[in-house]
Design a protein around this ligand. Structure first.
Ligand code: BQF
Length: 290
């Protein structure tokens, strides 16, 4: 089994961004600038936003973190978004998800200027993506495409099974891989919680992208020899032996599958770092579009 080193690849690609931004700075130009809006203090969200701020430093970007309390009014959050939309110093921004239940997530995403929507969650970007137009790709599918490309994993004509149909991973991933494009041309099956006999589909797959959010959901008996496994799951499970009190477990039984598959992403250090890298690439794209 070959490990797909997402962390190493993300670091390499961030170093390449750094060379680009240092060159811009030497020419007297400003650096790309990403802003993040964090509502409340959910520990997982805190850690994701920290990763993004640190990645900005690595890539030589400016970053700004805007915090609001858990009980922020929806109207105030929309005002923050309006200010970011019209602030010419900000190339792109994200609103860290999930949001508290009293806030309408769709309303918030629709308020983001699509030209600054570096998460690619606005329906304008989603629609453009689905039609093969130039757009900000959602960060996780984008990062996965870059991994497949860098490891020379062919998708054309392959059977791909995507497990999970979320707006931010499963659905866009299935669209991108089925498109007529260099990193596409696959025969894609999207399976989900209502799929009958899911194993029938996964056993036939050359590439499986697991994004269902259930620890170790994909087991050895569900996979054919020599398949490629992309594990999007980041599940926190209790672990008293860690000082944090938890560890991260993917959607895949990594140890069981290791002897059987050709390529696999680890958790942590696989898709997660490439997701953040996708966001950095989108921010650079927003900067260059201005
Ligand atoms: C790693 C995310 C679910 C819901 C909202 C590196 C990240 C995670 C893991 C990270 C994620 C997941 C992010 C690792 C951002 C990926 O080493 O394995 C980085 O920061 N992510 C997010 O912003 O929102 C989420 C998952």
């Amino acid at each position: 089994m070959k490990i797909i080193d997402g962390k190493g690849l993300a670091n390499q690609l961030k170093d390449e961004l750094r060379l680009e931004t240092d060159k811009l700075a030497k020419l007297g130009k400003r650096r790309p600038h990403l802003a993040a809006v964090l509502v409340g203090n959910n520990p997982a969200s805190e850690s994701y936003v920290r990763n993004k701020v640190r990645s900005c430093q690595q890539a030589g970007f400016e970053s700004t973190l805007i915090r609001r309390p858990d009980d922020v009014a929806e109207a105030e959050l929309l005002t923050v978004i309006e200010q970011l939309n019209s602030n010419n110093d900000i190339d792109g921004f994200i609103v860290q998800l999930p949001l508290p239940k009293h806030i309408d997530e769709q309303k918030v995403l629709l308020a983001i200027n699509p030209d600054k929507d570096v998460d690619g969650f606005h329906p304008m970007n989603f629609g453009k993506m689905a039609q093969g137009m130039d757009a900000f790709l959602p960060a996780t599918p984008y990062g996965i495409l870059l991994m497949l490309e860098h490891y020379g994993i062919e998708t054309s004509g392959k059977e791909v099974v995507v497990i999970g149909r979320s707006n931010i991973v499963g659905t866009p991933m299935s669209i991108l891989l089925s498109r007529k494009a260099k990193l596409g041309n696959a025969t894609v099956t999207l399976v989900h919680s209502r799929t009958k006999n899911l194993k029938i589909h996964t056993q036939n797959a050359d590439i499986i992208i697991a994004a269902i959010g259930i620890p170790k959901f994909l087991t050895t008996n569900m996979v054919k020899d020599g398949a490629t496994i992309i594990d999007v799951g980041i599940n926190r499970v209790e672990d008293a032996t860690r000082k944090s009190g938890y560890r991260l477990v993917g959607d895949v039984d990594y140890d069981g599958l290791a002897p059987k598959v050709e390529f696999m992403t680890p958790v942590p250090g696989g898709v997660g770092p490439m997701t953040v890298l996708g966001l950095m690439k989108n921010t650079m794209k927003a900067y260059l579009n201005n």
